[in-house]
Design a protein around this ligand. Structure first.
Ligand SMILES: [Zn+2]
Length: 339
């Protein structure tokens, strides 16, 4: 029988389980990447998802000749009651004892956190938040979420929902940008706002996700074409065949409706982050997810905060992330840096 590889607790494996791809990374104590691989996620197949993760870990440990700690970043969270997954947009995981099943398969204790918490932890550990005591990491992607790290430790909260700011209602009311009748009409759509998948209306996510940004532009575009007032239920966003990055390209080209949509996006993000600052007053807020690839976003939002934060001084820096798409998988590995 082959000798069991030596346990090297200083090597940390992270897995980022995404909707379409699953990534593995192995980090040494200084955060250097020793191994990394990315494969498609078996969509809609729970057993294959477990097997894919186990195979990736087995391959990594064989190639490095070690047995490492394992942290998993995933959408959703574990229910305090049942220990099963809830709120995952990879719905095949919901209601499954994912952690328990993986621990049985891997024959060791693992740690598991939602992807926004992993993002915040990664950036606090050795990214844009390195050296800051209180780091609030925000994901602005297909979904909107956040994690909060104080002195290197994730703040989980009494029901493990700390940082779930994407499903607060968007704070009304805009203090800026209501200079035209159309802007006032578009702003009036914020209450109650669009239906969110979570069952509520007007969540921050419905405005500040990438699809939310495009939908806001589409309402203006369709209303202009129809010669009508904008409608919250404009259904045919997909018919525009436009994603957030393409919309930003239009903005850079000076297209007026795209410029106005980005101005509204910045103002809404400032409003939503001002509520975070008024409660948590973190040292830094770090932007992640697809929308954070807009280089000017952090500076534009910083300037827009003054209208909404309850202070004439703002100590919170708004920064872009350092680790980009790797933040989630790196943060999963760093879950074993937590006591
Ligand atoms: Zn929601």
């Amino acid at each position: 029988m082959a000798e069991r590889p030596k346990l090297k607790p200083s090597i940390r494996i992270g897995i980022d389980l995404g909707g379409t791809k699953t990534e593995i990374i192995a980090l040494d104590d200084s955060g250097q990447v020793l191994h990394r691989r990315r494969v498609p996620t078996p969509v809609g197949d729970y057993r294959s998802t477990l097997a894919t993760i186990a195979r990736l870990i087995d391959e990594a440990e064989k190639s490095l000749g070690i047995c490492a700690s394992v942290g998993i970043g995933m959408p959703g969270a574990l229910s305090l009651d049942s220990g099963c997954v809830k709120n995952a947009n990879s719905t095949v995981l919901n209601g499954k004892p994912f952690k328990e099943d993986l621990q049985a398969l891997l024959k060791r204790a693992i740690r598991l956190e939602n992807d926004a918490n992993c993002f915040a932890l990664s950036e606090a550990q050795d990214g844009a938040g390195h050296g800051s005591a209180s780091v609030f990491g925000v994901i602005l992607g297909t979904g909107v979420g956040a994690g909060w790290v104080i002195n290197g430790k994730l703040i989980l909260g009494a029901a493990h929902i700390a940082g779930e700011w994407g499903h607060n209602p968007l704070p009304s009311i805009a203090q800026l940008g209501l200079h035209s009748a159309r802007e006032r009409q578009l702003s009036a759509l914020e209450a109650p706002g669009p239906a969110c998948y979570c069952g509520r209306w007007g969540c921050v996510e419905t405005w500040l996700s990438g699809p939310g940004f495009v939908a806001d532009y589409a309402r203006d575009e369709y209303a202009a074409e129809a010669g009508d007032a904008p409608n919250i239920d404009t259904p045919a966003v997909d018919a525009l065949a436009l994603d957030a990055q393409q919309l930003i390209t239009r903005m850079r080209g000076g297209e007026l409706r795209a410029v106005a949509a980005f101005d509204r996006y910045v103002d809404r993000l400032a409003r939503a982050l001002a509520t975070v600052i008024n409660i948590a007053d973190p040292d830094v807020i770090i932007l992640g997810g697809g929308m954070s690839r807009i280089p000017e976003l952090a500076d534009r939002v910083s300037s827009a905060l003054a209208a909404y934060v309850f202070s004439d001084e703002i100590g919170t820096k708004i920064l872009s992330n350092q680790h980009g798409d790797s933040s989630g998988v790196r943060g999963a590995a760093w879950l074993w840096n937590q006591s």
